[in-house]
Design a protein around this ligand. Structure first.
Ligand code: AMP
Length: 319
């Protein structure tokens, strides 16, 4: 795979352009599988290249969906791409580890970067465009603008522990939406507060992008997939399953009518006893993220953030 500087697709013999291949499926000898070979994605690393690629992809008024990521792709990201594919004719994925959403003490330098493996997955998914700018392209010398977000961004969940975070996210997402001008953008419910913040911002600033939420994808034992799970030691990885189990048990006792405060105290105790440093376990209104005290107060979302060793994990479920 090579970068397509002039926006022509790579003439890679592994990806014959627009051919249909009929392949014999050895695993099921009685069947024939019709495999459509997809074109490799256009890869853009500079704004002029991105604009050329977008002109090509937008020909014939094709709809475009964007999936913003920081790379180190896993099945959670892939589910977003597949949802994007169902909503739009063209799919763009951005891979950019955004420095403005990391505090100085956080893991910007060590954040996993797995470009080759990511690109292989994007090829398999038939993604049309990969936007992979470097930091200097996104934040040119003298960059001095930061988007300030309120409402769901200041509701006292992630913002209490990562006060820099949503300003950085909002700034980079506003830039991505402006650069790519997608019709849709798909974000995971895994980062539930972020999904609400971005949805609000897109509406408030008339960015012309419909933000779509995608369900959390989990490992078989319930741990929410995350690029940061690779930081977990084997023992921490085992302990990490406590989070989802506790969310489920807490939600069940809420639904059974136990007072929210009692459910949350029991859940917090379980998480802490397992060895986590708990940042929060809270029941919030699923749309506004306002605190609520009983089931009747609205659709309820249960959200948790906790640290095991040096790794901070977040998760949430519907109650
Ligand atoms: P990230 O690369 O961690 O910034 O995530 C990029 C997008 O993927 C965000 O919208 C995340 O919410 C979403 N995402 C990350 N992990 C998952 C998951 N396990 N299930 C669903 N979406 C996810």
């Amino acid at each position: 795979m090579r970068e397509v500087k002039d926006c022509k697709r790579a003439r890679n013999p592994a990806f014959p352009v627009a051919t249909i291949r009929v392949a014999f499926d050895k695993a099921r000898p009685s069947t024939w599988t019709r495999t459509k070979m997809r074109q490799p994605p256009l890869i853009a690393r500079t704004l002029p290249t991105l604009n050329k690629a977008l002109t090509r992809l937008r020909a014939r008024q094709s709809t475009l969906a964007l999936v913003p990521t920081m790379g180190a792709l896993h099945d959670g990201h892939i589910s977003l791409i597949r949802l994007a594919r169902r909503r739009a004719r063209r799919v763009a994925v951005s891979i950019f580890v955004n420095p403005t959403q990391f505090a100085p003490h956080e893991d910007l330098a060590s954040y996993p970067r797995t470009w080759k493996a990511d690109l292989a997955r994007l090829v398999d998914e038939g993604v049309d465009l990969v936007w992979n700018p470097d930091v200097a392209t996104m934040y040119a010398e003298g960059f001095a603008t930061r988007v300030t977000v309120e409402g769901p961004a200041t509701c006292g969940l992630e913002d209490r522990f990562r006060p820099h975070f949503f300003g950085g996210v909002a700034t980079v997402v506003a830039k991505l939406f402006t650069q790519i001008r997608p019709d849709f953008a798909v974000f995971g419910e895994k980062d539930y507060q972020q999904l609400k913040v971005v949805t609000r911002m897109a509406r408030d600033l008339d960015l012309g992008v419909k933000v779509i939420g995608a369900p959390v994808v989990r490992e078989r034992d319930g741990l929410a997939m995350s690029s940061r799970n690779v930081y977990l030691s084997p023992v921490e990885r085992e302990t990490a399953t406590v989070l989802h189990r506790t969310l489920k048990a807490t939600a069940a006792s809420m639904r059974a009518g136990t007072a929210f405060a009692t459910c949350l105290a029991a859940g917090a105790e379980t998480i802490t006893r397992a060895g986590f440093a708990l940042d929060y376990l809270e029941a919030r209104h699923a749309d506004t993220l306002a605190p609520l005290a009983k089931l009747d107060d609205g659709p309820v979302r249960l959200l948790v953030a906790a640290k095991i060793g040096t790794t901070r994990l977040i998760d949430n479920i519907k109650v």
